[in-house]
Design a binder for this molecule. Structure first.
Ligand SMILES: [Zn+2]
Ligand SMILES: [Zn+2]
Length: 352
């Protein structure tokens, strides 16, 4: 074991603060990464404050962070994908059983025995896993991604959660040329959805409650912007969409969006509102519409997404912060006061 610097929370109401955590010495299959940037996901805040206590109670100290990019410092003797000095990235998972039907199909995100990057039982050291708000992490090479050299690294970090979470359903539902695609909500997830749908060649319509976001939506790649509160504007799009990606986590009525789907249209949730939806069956029956949800993506698809980003020069729009500003960043996250993701410059941890 060795000690790594980190920022951790010691309880649900404590701010994140400088600390030291143990990391395992790399085994023969492991890659040790010096972390350069870590994105700030809304899940980090939920976990730090134990807001998901019913499903995943938080174990303290908690070191969040699952949008990790850095450089390889050490490789185990059996590692074949990486050499010292390579760029590398880690997302929401660091392990899985490798034997279940989901793993065999490369869909590790559905493995019943996966290990999440933080606040999950650590198979090696006991206790729980510690995430990317740290200067270093050790991960089995199977769960380490290659990063294209041409991308700006601060903006690469959020691709590992916000990126794959939007890319995966767009691919699954066949988004491409001649498809009309809606993106609901222009935040950390939504802004990535717009970039990907545009790069995949679809006609992209952004739905927003704030007319002030129109200009930004168009800059990100939208072909049209609809203010969802304007019923007349909404009506013009009735029965016309192939696919709608809903990235809104605030409670809202999704029926106005279901009514915009055409035949066999699908609406996929990547946002997670707390209140259950009420959906009249006829809103699904007419047009054979469907509604679904989607979590992150498998390792192979995450690599595909990063390679796609390299080819199309796509990164997240980020505000880079030093780790010392993380508690302030959480407060701003609650007010959606960021365009569109915070990315922590981990060099700031050196002074702790
Ligand atoms: Zn996340
Ligand atoms: Zn599995």
């Amino acid at each position: 074991m060795y000690n790594a610097k980190a920022y951790s929370a010691s309880g649900a109401t404590s701010p994140l603060a400088s600390s030291t955590i143990p990391r395992r010495d790399p085994t023969e299959n492991d890659v040790q990464i010096d972390i350069l940037y870590c994105g700030v996901c809304h899940s980090d805040l939920h976990q730090v404050r134990n807001e998901w206590s019913d499903v995943m109670p938080t174990v303290y100290p908690c070191v969040p962070g699952h949008e990790i990019v850095g450089r390889v410092k050490v490789v185990g003797s059996a590692v074949s994908k990486f050499k010292v000095g390579d760029l590398a990235a880690v997302g929401c998972m660091v392990d899985s059983d490798g034997t279940c039907p989901a793993c065999k199909e490369g869909l590790e995100q559905f493995c019943p025995n996966f290990t999440l990057t933080y606040n999950f039982p650590d198979q090696h050291l006991g206790g729980v896993t510690y995430g990317g708000y740290s200067d270093s992490i050790v991960v089995d090479e199977k769960f380490v991604l290659r990063v294209p050299e041409n991308l700006e690294l601060a903006g690469v970090a959020p691709l590992l959660c916000a990126g794959i979470t939007t890319y995966s359903p767009l691919r699954h539902w066949g988004v491409g040329p001649r498809k009309k695609v809606g993106i609901v909500g222009l935040g950390g997830l939504g802004h990535m959805g717009v970039k990907f749908a545009h790069a995949l060649g679809a006609h992209v319509v952004v739905f927003t409650t704030s007319p002030g976001k129109s200009e930004d939506a168009l800059r990100l790649g939208a072909d049209e912007v609809v203010v969802s509160r304007n019923e007349d504007e909404m009506k013009k799009h009735t029965f016309s969409f192939d696919f709608i990606l809903n990235a809104v986590s605030a409670d809202h009525d999704i029926n106005p969006y279901l009514n915009l789907l055409g035949r066999d249209g699908n609406l996929t949730m990547v946002g997670a509102p707390s209140k259950p939806f009420e959906i009249p069956a006829f809103n699904l029956i007419f047009g054979r519409r469907s509604i679904s949800g989607s979590p992150i993506g498998g390792i192979a698809e995450t690599q595909e997404m990063l390679d796609f980003c390299g080819e199309h020069n796509i990164t997240a729009d980020v505000e880079v912060i030093p780790i010392q500003k993380i508690n302030e960043a959480y407060d701003r996250l609650l007010k959606s006061d960021v365009k569109y993701r915070f990315s922590i410059d981990m060099a700031s941890l050196k002074s702790e």
